[in-house]
Design a protein around this ligand. Structure first.
Ligand code: T1G
Length: 570
């Protein structure tokens, strides 16, 4: 049963149990709908606690239903029904109350949250706006300014911040169920607050709204949902509740079928599938300690991320790593280094050449414990050349670390032919520890990210040869939504062309629009993606999109080169 009702004296407890995240599928909506009637009819029930089993409170509408026509009971109607129940409902929140989950909680008369809980309206991240009163009830609870931040950014807030802003009534520790029942019993002894929909909201002036619009438009760069969310919030502040609710619903339904929503759902599911590929079935090796060798800022970032994940980490600076190239004056001796390396579960070489030479990796491999994993930079080459001399090739794994660690959400995993299944599984576990989305990339042909970057650069240089200025190409790609254009983003490594930038032929061509330029370069990325799939370098089309979005600033709300190319074919 996705909904079951138990009693704690005169308090009824409605428990939702719909794994994995208590998403509001049709059966759950129906179960809650029926629970309102059942409990309204129970004369001895004075209040209701709504709580969830499993790891989290309701995490939102069921995103898998989005491609299908909405089926009653519709979520906005369910929220109104809970709000209008004869007995006050108290939402007891743990884990994450997100989207429709928070909207259901705002239909309750009270909200109680565990201090570790988070609450948010992430709908704009899916290309939509809240569709069950989120833009209309939130301002009535937290005020318009806080509601604009919550709804237009999609960023969740922790329980204590939510209490301070008025989103929850109490933050509790210990057993949530008993705390919520006690809260409900006490609440029944005092006059009830107004239902949220009946609470007043103060409307800011037109200048304030224009300031918000300008700021959000600059941040959104072509993404529709944040601005449409702002529009819904303004209607919620200036028009009666029912009118604002109808406006929000119409906006939600219009966006739900949009290309941007389809693209963002594609990335949402690709990100969730990435850490658990079907072919990675071995158990990962335990990761309790790591040595990060070199890598400057990148190495320090990796060491910090691994420490945050609970590993004990030693960072060997590039200079100290020099001893791996042979006897040095100063710095740790080879013996000291061997002792350090030999004690770690994982040795990550963050440095690129000249530290990470085959001879250095050979020495490192000889120092590693027999069951340790040696992770080496894959960069432009491949770790295969590295793995050969290493005593235990099955323990070697290539990683493409994508530049300095801060803010990079991707980790390309490059197994060699000798990489063992448990080593590969540990690579995926390492990505989870680093908080990065893992993508496995094949061997020999360079990493997915590297190939996409070179192909994009080559296509951009073709445009230069046709007379366009690099700045024109960069501007067109930024207008398309990229963080940086191909020439701005180029880090100068392994230039595609030989020698200086190709001369500009005829004076700047005016007949290529920004859209034409973007179409050329994104088509080139998609063509390279098809080649990567054909060569077995990329295992899934969605992996290529993840690399483009997370590694190259491809606008998330366009879904990536493979997604876009597929839409054009349809
Ligand atoms: N619907 C369906 N499935 C979902 C889901 C959802 N909303 N959220 C997660 N899953 C699946 C996910 O695909 C994976 O499946 C499993 O749950 C675990 O996910 C009307 C319309 C809740 C913080 O955007 O942020 O409500 O691969 O690996 O790391 O206004 O999932 O195991 O088969 O991410 O512990 C708004 C999205 C929807 C929340 C948990 N809600 N989810 O993180 O697990 S729109 C969201 C998350 C909405 C209303 C609108 C996270 C999480 P599988 P996971 P996690």
């Amino acid at each position: 049963m996705v909904v079951n009702i138990t009693r704690d004296g005169d308090i009824a407890v409605v428990t939702v149990d719909n794994p994995p995240v208590n998403a509001l599928g049709q059966a759950l909506r129906q179960g809650l709908w029926d629970a309102v009637a059942t409990l309204d009819a129970a004369a001895d029930v004075r209040a209701v606690v709504l709580i969830c089993a499993g790891r989290t409170f309701i995490a939102g509408a069921d995103v898998t239903e989005f491609g299908k026509p909405p089926v009653p009971p519709h979520l906005p109607d369910l929220v109104d029904r809970i709000e209008g129940a004869a007995k006050p409902w108290v939402a007891a929140i743990h884990g994450s109350a997100l989207g429709g989950g928070l909207e259901v909680a705002m239909g309750c008369r009270f909200r109680v949250a565990l201090e570790s809980a988070a609450l948010g309206l992430p709908e704009v991240g899916l290309g939509i706006v809240p569709g069950a009163s989120g833009t209309v009830r939130t301002p009535r609870l937290v005020g318009v300014a806080a509601a604009v931040d919550l709804v237009t950014t999609g960023r969740p807030v922790k329980a204590e911040r939510a209490r301070a802003m008025g989103l929850v009534d109490a933050v509790v520790t210990g057993d949530l169920r008993s705390a919520a029942v006690a809260f409900a019993r006490t609440a029944r002894e005092a006059p009830l607050p107004l239902p949220v929909s009946a609470r007043p909201v103060t409307a800011p002036d037109a200048v304030w709204w224009e300031d918000q619009r300008v700021a959000i438009a600059a941040r959104a760069k072509g993404e529709l949902a944040p601005l449409r969310a702002l529009d819904c919030l303004r209607v919620a502040a200036e028009r009666p509740f029912a009118e604002a609710l109808a406006h929000e619903r119409a906006t939600f339904l219009a966006l739900r079928g949009s290309d941007q929503a389809a693209a963002l759902r594609h990335i949402f599911f690709a990100e969730r599938a990435a850490p658990r590929p079907a072919h990675v079935t071995a158990a990962p090796r335990p990761l309790r300690s790591a040595v990060v060798v070199g890598g400057g800022v990148r190495g320090a970032g990796l060491a910090s991320a691994l420490r945050s994940a609970g590993l004990s980490v030693v960072l060997v600076a590039d200079d100290d790593a020099a001893v791996l190239r042979g006897p040095q004056t100063g710095g740790p001796s080879a013996g000291a280094m061997a002792e350090l390396i030999g004690d770690a579960d994982l040795v990550i070489v963050a440095a690129e050449a000249p530290v990470a030479t085959p001879a250095v990796l050979d020495r490192l491999g000889g120092m590693c414990r027999a069951d340790a994993i040696l992770a080496v930079p894959s960069g432009a080459g491949d770790p295969h050349r590295t793995a050969e001399p290493v005593p235990i090739p099955a323990r070697v794994l290539g990683l493409n670390l994508f530049g300095p660690t801060a803010g990079v959400a991707l980790l390309e995993i490059v197994p060699t032919p000798a990489t063992g299944p448990d080593t590969l599984a540990t690579g995926f576990a390492l990505a989870r520890a680093l908080g990065r989305t893992p993508v496995q990339t094949g061997l020999g042909g360079g990493s997915i990210g590297h190939r996409l970057r070179r192909r994009t650069r080559a296509a951009a240089e073709d445009l230069i040869r046709q007379g366009l200025a690099p700045a024109t190409v960069d501007a067109a790609m930024r207008a398309y939504g990229f963080a940086l254009g191909p020439f701005e983003a180029w880090d100068g490594s392994d230039p595609v062309h030989v020698g200086a930038m190709p001369g500009q032929g005829t004076p700047g061509r005016a007949d290529l629009s920004d859209a034409d330029i973007a179409a050329r370069l994104t088509a080139a990325m998609a063509e390279e993606g098809r080649a990567l799939l054909a060569e077995g370098i990329a295992l899934r089309s969605s992996d290529i999109d993840l690399v483009a979005v997370h590694g190259h600033g491809y606008p998330r709300w366009r879904g990536g080169p493979m997604f876009e190319a597929g839409r054009q074919v349809l």
